[in-house]
Structure formats: structure tokens, C-alpha cells
Design a protein around this ligand. Structure first.
Ligand code: ADP
Length: 582
């Protein structure tokens, strides 16, 4: 082919040919839109062929074509069905002369006397359009040179059209990706079901060729599907739509067989409820099952009401991407709702626990005080003399009453903090002095158990505005535990650091440690870490719960790190806002 062109170029005026090619290229380049380029091409080809008119036809399907550009064409040609020589021209990729009937034009006097030159527009050897050149009522002949020149121009035109298509396709693709990204962003940023599904329904028409999107969910009995999001006009007209599953053939197939259905012609499609097709005016539709974590949640309908749509690979891909997103939204929303409900239930249970605490601690306090009072009277001999054995037993009673009173005290403490009636009496204190005081009071207990107690709390730490008694109680609880759970010969150290944003206090021991799974439970009250060594003493399991309430009511955090058999470190923080400005 190139050879033959080269031969011809010699015969053409080479300068003229170059000028023509340049002109064509410039014209396509200048065109602001595809329509502009095609109209320019129609004009140019008519001029080169020496005819009055030119139509550029684009294939719709099979032999059906529609006009995409016209130059000096009075009427007709908008949609034609090609036959005979016109169809051959496109199929065989050869310029061909055709009659009006080949172009599906009416058999008028003028048409009968007109001969049409059909020139395919080839790009990469593929016919992408057909230019039809003619002068009404005339039957011109075309020289081989004219045909060559026209073929070159047609090819240039076809390339330009291709380029436009690619650009448009690229734009469409990036638009589609942008919208999918937008949906995804909304999904990840909010767990708001309403907003996320609305975003899907709104963006669907830009991602697929179908204008409308509806999302249906299965009801709990799995007998109906209920619309949870539909286009505004549908919601306005019908409100929430509920359909019985036994009526919904297409939705049921999509959900049962877990596959999408692509329905190009809803009116003739066998597996669809025609009542609903008429009710919602479906022309074409895609039905997609909504599946998340193996569970079918419902079904998504994408549909058009104005025209039938032919689906290609892109449509299938985008529709499925969209339904995947919708399934995630619905699943997330459901999980969130369940979590919220469980949380509410837990809150109720927790409140019951606290009410019980308050009641018990309140009810026990008085009888205990009475028992303690009378036992003391007995012990001191006020009510009559006692022998040593009796006195010893009374001593045991008093010790146990004290333990119970301690437990009741902690219980009421927890309930007071929990009910948020927990006044803090803040004053500036030095942590270093506080620790020194505690160590001097408790030091002998550590000595008795041959545990080395180390302190590293610098005097230079800033003062902190805290409730002295309460923070002292936290330190006391932590030191007591360290003492309790560290075997003889171990080591306990207390330290504090200025961490810029907070002060970090820690109590480290080389004791029995806490199993990893128990680390976050020991702060919740009544919990004893399940460790194989038996403890010397099991307290009520409330010290850490109370400590947590105290630290948190100061705006700090408390936690533990530990390794079984090696030791534990308990940390708590005092926020910077409580540091006294110097
Ligand atoms: P109590 O000591 O009265 O049982 P706490 O609330 O102070 O209650 O502690 C809860 C549980 O945490 C303890 O029963 C124990 O299992 C574990 N625990 C606390 N401190 C330590 C520690 N320093 N070493 C090992 N286990 C500890």
C-alpha cells in the first residue's frame, strides 16, 4: 500500500500534497471537540471529492449507523441501515459507489438520480466510521487520484477521531476512579450508613451508564427485600419500597446464585417481574448481590428508564466495584449498630453493678461499725473481765472486721468515682516528698521480706496540682501489690520522669508477673490474674480499679507491662495541665 502511495506522490504535485496533509492535521488539531473535528472533516472531504455534501456515519450495531457529522445535507441520514455496496464498503474497508437504497434512503426522484461515494475511515486498519460523499441528483465519477487523496484524508480523520475517543475514554476512566475513590473515602471516614449509601446512589450514574441506583436489604426473616436507598424521585413517589422475595425473580437469582445479572432489555427479559419493570419504568438494568464476609445482605439495582443500554466489560467491572463498596458500607454499619447495642447493654449491666456496690457498701458500713464497737468494748473488758483465750479470739474478730471494713471502703470508693461524684481537692505537691514519706512509712515491710526498695524520684521534678490523699493511695496500692506479689529477695523500684507532656510515675518489681491476657483486666475490679503460684493473700481485687478511677479523674492514664515469672511494671501519668507553673 505504501509503495503505491509513493508511486502516486510523484504524479501528484508533491507540494500540494504536503500542503493538504498539513492543512488536514492543523484542522484536526484546532478542533475544540470531536463534533468540530468531524464537521471539519466532512467539509474537507466534500471539497476534495468535488461534491456538495458529506455525511460521516458511525456504526451503532451491525449495519445500523447514525450520522455524527454533516456538511450541506438537507435531511435524512440521521439513522440508517446500510446494505448492498454501502455495507460492503465498510466491511471490506474499500471506497465503493453506492445507490440510495444501499443507504436505506427513501426512493425519491432526487435520490434515484444520486450516486454516493462511501469512503471508510480507517484507523489502525479498522473501519471506525463511513464518510458518504454526494451531490444531490448527480452521479459523479472519481479518479483514482481523488480516491487516494480522500483515503489519506479519511485516514488522518480516523486517527484524530481515535485520539478523541482515547482521550474521552481516559477522562471517563479517571472520572470513574475519582468517584469510586470518593465513595471509598466516605466509607472509610464515616460509619454513617445514610451518608455512605447516599454517596453510592449519587455517584452510580457517573460510574456506570445507568442513571439510577437502588439498594435493597433482606429483612431479618429473609422473606422480603426493603429499599434502604433509592433515587430521590423514587423515594418521593413510593417511599420505602418492600417487595416479596417470591415475586422478585431477578433479585432472587442474583442473591441465590451470588452473581450479577445484566439485563439489556427489561421488557423482554424472562426472569424479571414485569409488574416492577412497569412500576419503576426499567429499560435496562444490572442486578448485583450485596455480599460481605460470605453473607448475602441484599441486592443492588442499577437501571435506566430512558433508553436501553448495551453493556460492555467496563460496565460490568464498574457495577461490580460499586456493589462491593455498598456491601462494605452495609456490613460496617451493621457491625457498628451491633456494637452500639452491646455497649448499651454493658453500660446497663455496669450500672446495675455499681448500684449494687453502692447499696452493699452503704448497708454494710453501719453493722460493721457496730460489730467493731462492741468487740472493742468486750476486748477492753468494759463489760466484764475476759481470759486470755477469749481476748485472743476477740483480737482475731477485730482484725477480720477491719479487713471487711477496708473492702467495703474500697467498694464505696469505686462506686463514688464511677457515679462521677468524685470531688478532688487539689493542691501543689512534690512527688519526691510524697514518695519519700511513703517509703519511710512502709520501708520496714520491705525489709522484713528482704526486698530491696529503690527510689528514683528527683527533687527537681515540677510540683503537680493533685489530690494528695488520692494520688498517695494510688502509690500505696502499687507499692502494696509490688510487696505482695514479689517473693523474698526481690527488688522493687519507684521512679518518676518529666516527659514534657506529662509526668510518668512507675513502680517496678521482680515478682511473679501477670499473664499477658490478664493485663488489661486487672484494672476492672474483682479480678485476680490467673497465675499458677498461689498468692500469700488475695485482696478484693479492687485496689487497681480504684487507682484507675483516681488517675483518670486527674486526666492521666494507668497501665501495666509484665512478663510472667520475671516481674511487672505499673505506670501512671499526671498530665502537664496539672503541673504547677513556676
Ligand atoms: P488485689 O491485690 O486486692 O487482689 P488489685 O486490684 O490491687 O487487687 O490487683 C488485681 C490483681 O492484679 C491481683 O489480684 C493480681 O492478680 C494482679 N496484680 C496486681 N499487681 C500485681 C503485681 N505487682 N504483680 C503481679 N500481679 C499483680
Amino acid at each position: 500500500m505504501q509503495e503505491s502511495y509513493r508511486g502516486r506522490y510523484k504524479k501528484f504535485n508533491l507540494k500540494r500534497l504536503c500542503a493538504l496533509l498539513m492543512e488536514n492535521a492543523a484542522m484536526m488539531d484546532r478542533a475544540a471537540s470531536m463534533e468540530d473535528a468531524l464537521n471539519g472533516l466532512a467539509f474537507k472531504m466534500a471539497a476534495l471529492a468535488g461534491v456538495d455534501s458529506c455525511v460521516i456515519l458511525q456504526q451503532e450495531i451491525d449495519n445500523r449507523f447514525k450520522a455524527v457529522a454533516k456538511h450541506a445535507v438537507a435531511d435524512g441520514f440521521d439513522r440508517v441501515v446500510l446494505g448492498g455496496d454501502a455495507a460492503e464498503a465498510f466491511k471490506k474497508k474499500m471506497p465503493t459507489l453506492a445507490e440510495a437504497r444501499d443507504l436505506g434512503l427513501p426512493d425519491t426522484e432526487a435520490n434515484r438520480h444520486t450516486r454516493f461515494l462511501c469512503m471508510p475511515l480507517l484507523s489502525h486498519r479498522k473501519p471506525i466510521s463511513l464518510a458518504v460523499l454526494f451531490s444531490a441528483g448527480k452521479r459523479p465519477e472519481f479518479t483514482a487520484d481523488t480516491l487516494e487523496i480522500l483515503a489519506i484524508t479519511a485516514m488522518q480523520g480516523a486517527h484524530a477521531i481515535d485520539e478523541f475517543y482515547y482521550k474521552e475514554e481516559l477522562k471517563k476512566r479517571s472520572d470513574e476512579l475519582r468517584r469510586l475513590y470518593e465513595i471509598q473515602r466516605r466509607i472509610t471516614q464515616s460509619i454513617d450508613f445514610e451518608k455512605a449509601t447516599e454517596s453510592i446512589v449519587e455517584n452510580a450514574p457517573y460510574i456506570t451508564k445507568l442513571k439510577y441506583c437502588m439498594i435493597y436489604l433482606l429483612d431479618p426473616a429473609q422473606r422480603n427485600i426493603v429499599s434502604v436507598k433509592a433515587p430521590h424521585e423514587v423515594e418521593k413517589k413510593f417511599g420505602k419500597l418492600t417487595f416479596r422475595l417470591d415475586e422478585l425473580v431477578a433479585s432472587r437469582i442474583a442473591m441465590d446464585e451470588r452473581r450479577p445479572l445484566f439485563i439489556e432489555d427489561a421488557l423482554t427479559y424472562p426472569n424479571i417481574s414485569q409488574r416492577i419493570v412497569r412500576m419503576l419504568g426499567f429499560k435496562s438494568a444490572i442486578v448485583l448481590p450485596l455480599i460481605a464476609r460470605e453473607r448475602v445482605l441484599g441486592v443492588m439495582w442499577l437501571y435506566s428508564t430512558d433508553k436501553k443500554v448495551k453493556f460492555d466489560e467496563d460496565d460490568r467491572r464498574s457495577a461490580m466495584a460499586l456493589s462491593d463498596q455498598a456491601a462494605i458500607v452495609i456490613d460496617n454499619a451493621r457491625i457498628f449498630k451491633e456494637l452500639e447495642e452491646s455497649y448499651e447493654k454493658l453500660k446497663d449491666l455496669d450500672k446495675m453493678k455499681m448500684d449494687f456496690f453502692t447499696l452493699i457498701s452503704h448497708e454494710l458500713r453501719n453493722p460493721l461499725a457496730v460489730i467493731r464497737g462492741f468487740t472493742e468494748l468486750l476486748y477492753e473488758g468494759t463489760l466484764g473481765p475476759l481470759n486470755d483465750k477469749q481476748k485472743e479470739k476477740l483480737q482475731r474478730i477485730m482484725e477480720n472486721v477491719d479487713k471487711m471494713a477496708d473492702m467495703v471502703g474500697k467498694m464505696s470508693e469505686v462506686s463514688i468515682v464511677e457515679t462521677k461524684r468524685y470531688p478532688l481537692e487539689r493542691m501543689p505537691i512534690s512527688l519526691s516528698d510524697m514518695v519519700a514519706g511513703l517509703v519511710s512509712e512502709m520501708g520496714f515491710l520491705f525489709k522484713n521480706k528482704h526486698i530491696t526498695l529503690k527510689v528514683d524520684v528527683p527533687q527537681s521534678l515540677p510540683l503537680v496540682e493533685v489530690d494528695r490523699e488520692k494520688i498517695e493511695q494510688v502509690l500505696l496500692n502499687l507499692l502494696n501489690n509490688a510487696l505482695k506479689y514479689t517473693p523474698e529477695g526481690g527488688e522493687v523500684s519507684v521512679s518518676a520522669r518529666d516527659q514534657v507532656s506529662e509526668i510518668l510515675v512507675s513502680v517496678h518489681d521482680t515478682g511473679i508477673g501477670i499473664p499477658r491476657k490478664d493485663l488489661d483486666k486487672i484494672f476492672s475490679g474483682f479480678y485476680h490474674a490467673g497465675y499458677k503460684l498461689s498468692y500469700e493473700y488475695k485482696g478484693p481485687g479492687l485496689g487497681l480499679a480504684v487507682s484507675r478511677r483516681i488517675v483518670e479523674s486527674h486526666g492521666g492514664r494507668i497501665w501495666a507491662e509484665s512478663e510472667e515469672g520475671k516481674g511487672s511494671t505499673f505506670y501512671f501519668t499526671i498530665p502537664k495541665s496539672l503541673i504547677t507553673k513556676k
